[in-house]
Design a protein around this ligand. Structure first.
Ligand code: HEC
Length: 137
């Protein structure tokens, strides 16, 4: 017990030390404003844009193709069954909607695939129309 506590202390000291070094230079793949929000609301403790930590990489969240609103809702009301193999995230209700939306927009922008706008709008799938029986004689 004592041993692991000592280890935790050492680990904490290392974290503090490395934070100190990096204080001026937020991780390259996190824009400064997002880094600020991630730190303020502690998301940074569990999430990185491109790396699994305690929680999934945001790039992987982006691949799920949620709408920005859905992500905001998931920040307030996580659905752990979306992420088997991860511990449940606690609801982050302290994040103001405005900031949650900023994070959501950014998270969605991290989908590795090249930005293809608007092609994802649901195609009207009423496929009754074109079943013209081709009588090629
Ligand atoms: C203590 C660790 C922790 C913190 C802090 C944390 N998360 Fe998470 N997050 C997780 C874990 C673990 C999961 C996957 C399990 C789950 O969804 O409950 C997750 C999942 C998510 C998802 C995916 C939801 C889904 O259903 O697909 C989003 C989006 C997310 N987090 C955003 C955030 C944001 C934004 C913050 C900061 C406001 C934050 N998280 C803070 C651990 C954390």
């Amino acid at each position: 017990m004592k041993k692991s506590f000592g280890f935790l202390l050492a680990a904490a000291a290392m974290v503090v030390a490395s934070l100190d070094v990096k204080a001026q230079a937020p991780s390259a793949d996190i824009p400064a404003d997002m880094n600020a929000l991630m730190s303020k609301y502690t998301c940074i403790a569990c999430h990185r844009p491109n790396q699994r930590l305690v929680g999934p990489a945001y790039a992987d969240v982006a691949k799920k193709k949620y709408s920005n609103e859905e992500i905001v809702n998931l920040i307030y009301n996580p659905v752990p069954s979306h992420w088997p193999g991860y511990p449940p995230m606690m609801p982050m209700k302290q994040v103001p909607k405005e900031d949650a939306m900023k994070l959501a927009v950014w998270i969605n922008s991290l989908d590795g695939s090249p930005a293809k706008k608007s092609t994802t709008t649901k195609k009207t799938s009423t496929s009754k129309t074109t079943k013209t029986t081709k009588k090629t004689t």
